[in-house]
Design a protein around this ligand. Structure first.
Ligand SMILES: NCc1[nH]cc(CCC(=O)O)c1CC(=O)O
Length: 306
């Protein structure tokens, strides 16, 4: 029987997600052994500066990919949100498990919803996407930079530096910290990040036996969602340091994709929503939404980041 080595970042969320995926695989393949190989990534080492200032795509992913390419490990579980548009050569996403929850979550003790936060409340986030949409929604709010793993961010909220923070609901749910969520924000108000709440299981393209095993985790609907959202990201040439959002969902059997590009101050927001028609692939849908965003004027905003 084969031993499968799973590379994982050391953060609590990454380890938890990796363990949960292994547990699922273990239930399908009870005789297979799994071993976690912890990896420290550049994104984990640099915690003092805003990620948007460091630049570079795939800060959390590239060292893990190196482990796979050098055959030090066989597979890895990523948050799709952190995976750059292009994978390293020779690697594939072999499975997209079912998406849990794409929404951003508000965590606060000061109100029951974002619309009810007191005037001038201090909100912690370091995502340009969240910042821009927050300012658009409530221009009285003060945004204060917040970095770190989700456990670190929750501790900083506890320490009183912030009135509220925003985190991906999915991470909190996977950690078993769902009870910390004050409000799951409707994607109409804050459109989630591309890939948020989706896990991507990566391995070497050559490793056919592992690829076959990973099919047991795969969700086809989630794959189509991921393909549409990531085609949008790719066509806009964006990374996580650009105020771009994208969210696809199945509505009565049809894939619907909303894309958004915002100015950092939240003054300008371009949004496009389109459905998948017959003769069109999910990737086509992503490209079409990107094209319409650019035609509306999003290219003016995006120029600054290229
Ligand atoms: N950028 C960090 C990151 N990458 C994935 C998640 C959450 C889990 C997910 O989106 O699947 C988070 C934390 C957050 O944004 O709250």
């Amino acid at each position: 029987m084969r031993m499968i080595r799973v590379a994982s970042r050391k953060s609590l969320l990454a380890m938890t997600q990796t363990r949960q995926v292994i547990q699922q695989l273990q239930s399908f393949f009870p005789d297979t052994e799994f071993q976690i190989i912890p990896v420290v990534t550049q994104g984990d080492r640099i915690l003092d500066v805003s990620l948007s200032k460091i630049g570079g795509k795939g800060l959390f992913v590239s060292e893990v990919e190196q482990q796979l390419l050098q055959e030090q490990a066989d597979m890895a579980v990523h948050s799709l949100k952190d995976v750059p548009a292009e994978l390293a050569d020779g690697l594939v996403i072999a499975a997209y498990p079912n998406r849990v929850d794409a929404r951003d979550a508000l965590i606060t003790k000061k109100a029951n919803a974002i619309h009810n936060l007191p005037q001038g409340s201090v909100i912690g986030t370091s995502s340009l996407r969240r910042m821009a949409q927050l300012k658009h929604l409530r221009n009285d709010l003060q945004i204060k930079l917040l970095r770190g793993n989700i456990d670190t961010r929750l501790n900083k909220l506890e320490s009183g530096e912030y009135d509220a923070i925003l985190l991906a609901a999915a991470g909190l749910i996977r950690m078993g910290w769902e009870d910390r969520i004050t409000e799951r924000i409707d994607p109409m108000h804050i459109l989630p990040a591309i890939g948020q709440g989706i896990l991507a299981v990566e391995c070497r393209d050559q490793d056919s036996s592992l690829k076959e095993m990973l099919q047991s985790l795969h969700c086809r609907q989630t794959e189509q969602v991921a393909l549409a959202e990531r085609a949008l990201l790719h066509s806009l040439n964006g990374g996580c340091q650009v105020p771009i959002a994208g969210y696809a969902e199945w509505q009565n059997g049809t894939l619907v994709l909303t894309g958004l590009v915002a100015s950092e101050d939240g003054e300008v927001i371009y949004q496009v929503k389109e459905s998948l028609s017959s003769r069109m692939s999910s990737v086509d849908l992503g490209q079409m939404v990107a094209k319409k965003l650019l035609e509306k004027g999003a290219d003016q905003i995006l120029q600054k980041y290229s």
